[in-house]
Design a protein around this ligand. Structure first.
Ligand SMILES: *[C@@H]1O[C@H](CO)[C@@H](O)[C@H](O)[C@H]1NC(C)=O
Ligand SMILES: *[C@@H]1O[C@H](CO)[C@@H](O)[C@H](O)[C@H]1NC(C)=O
Ligand SMILES: *[C@@H]1O[C@H](CO)[C@@H](O)[C@H](O)[C@H]1NC(C)=O
Ligand SMILES: *[C@@H]1O[C@H](CO)[C@@H](O)[C@H](O)[C@H]1NC(C)=O
Ligand SMILES: *[C@@H]1O[C@H](CO)[C@@H](O)[C@H](O)[C@H]1NC(C)=O
Ligand SMILES: *[C@@H]1O[C@H](CO)[C@@H](O)[C@H](O)[C@H]1NC(C)=O
Length: 225
């Protein structure tokens, strides 16, 4: 009887360990917006163009952009959304806490959407930079900084936005309190180490978390009896 109990206990511990490993793994999934910034810079440097600075302010505004547009992806994966210049200064910047006097010039924007999530390299080549127009925009010499935002909505679509600017990262699109006040509900943006929250993934994480905690508690009581 005693060995039986012991065995069960080991089983449970292994079970917990596997669940925790799964949980940690899914947490380390990272921030695809940051990955896309690396892809952009790799593509530019391969063509002897300077790297772009990663601007959290631009990234946060790119996320605001896709949040506004998230329901406007057509059946053919076309973006049917056109935020106005006022949206940038009156909605996106205040939502991010961009200090208005530091609002710089946006020298380019690339937006794309798709019903299904694809990893950053495919989002780059198949959605965002898939023709000569977007490629020449990516390789424009005026850009000095970049920000990326991404959002996915359940039963909706995945939206990506890249914003370019010609400012100095230290003095344009400066975030109040270094961005500490940003309340990010969904999606993710570059220049931040907050991982991407996607409705579906979060639910799985919480499920795993719940199951793991329950099994820890259960195995604890098992040892007591
Ligand atoms: C999204 O699409 C709707 C319906 O076509 C349109 O009225 C609205 O202006 C679009 N939103 C933006 C921000 O362009
Ligand atoms: C690069 O971007 C700037 C600012 O948007 C624009 O004025 C210029 O025409 C672009 N250059 C090329 C080669 O497309
Ligand atoms: C840069 O991106 C373009 C467009 O997706 C692609 O055709 C090209 O091969 C890329 N260059 C490198 C060096 O990855
Ligand atoms: C895109 O640019 C390349 C090289 O500049 C050219 O060979 C190609 O024909 C262009 N494609 C289109 C569709 O314009
Ligand atoms: C930006 O700020 C950092 C530290 O705050 C400083 O080391 C760097 O030289 C600044 N860069 C520019 C271009 O002003
Ligand atoms: C982001 O990383 C910095 C340094 O690595 C850390 O101090 C900060 O707490 C992190 N922020 C979040 C939200 O994880």
């Amino acid at each position: 009887m005693k060995t039986m109990k012991k065995l069960r206990c080991y089983e449970l511990h292994i079970f917990c360990y596997v669940l925790w490993a799964a949980l940690v793994h899914s947490k380390h999934h990272g921030n695809p917006a940051n990955d896309l910034v690396s892809i952009i810079n790799d593509n530019r440097t391969a063509h002897k163009l300077p790297r772009l600075n990663d601007s959290p302010g631009l990234g946060c505004m790119a996320l605001q952009y896709v949040e506004l547009c998230k329901w406007n992806c057509t059946e053919n994966n076309l973006v049917n959304c056109k935020p106005s210049e006022d949206d940038f200064t009156e909605v996106f910047a205040p939502n991010c806490g961009v200090e208005l006097p530091t609002f710089g010039t946006i020298t380019g924007q690339l937006v794309g959407c798709q019903k299904k999530y694809v990893e950053p390299p495919l989002a780059f080549s198949n959605i965002l930079v898939k023709d000569n127009r977007s490629l020449s925009l990516l390789r424009n010499k005026s850009h000095t900084e970049v920000g990326v935002g991404m959002v996915g909505v359940h039963k909706g679509s995945f939206f990506w936005c890249i914003l370019f600017s010609n400012g100095l990262t230290n003095s344009t699109f400066v975030l109040e309190n270094r961005g500490a006040g940003i309340k990010q509900k969904i999606g993710c943006h570059s220049g931040s180490n907050v991982t991407c929250s996607e409705g579906e993934k979060i639910r799985v994480d919480f499920f795993l978390f719940f199951v793991s905690i329950s099994s820890v508690v259960f195995s604890f009581f098992w040892q007591l009896v």
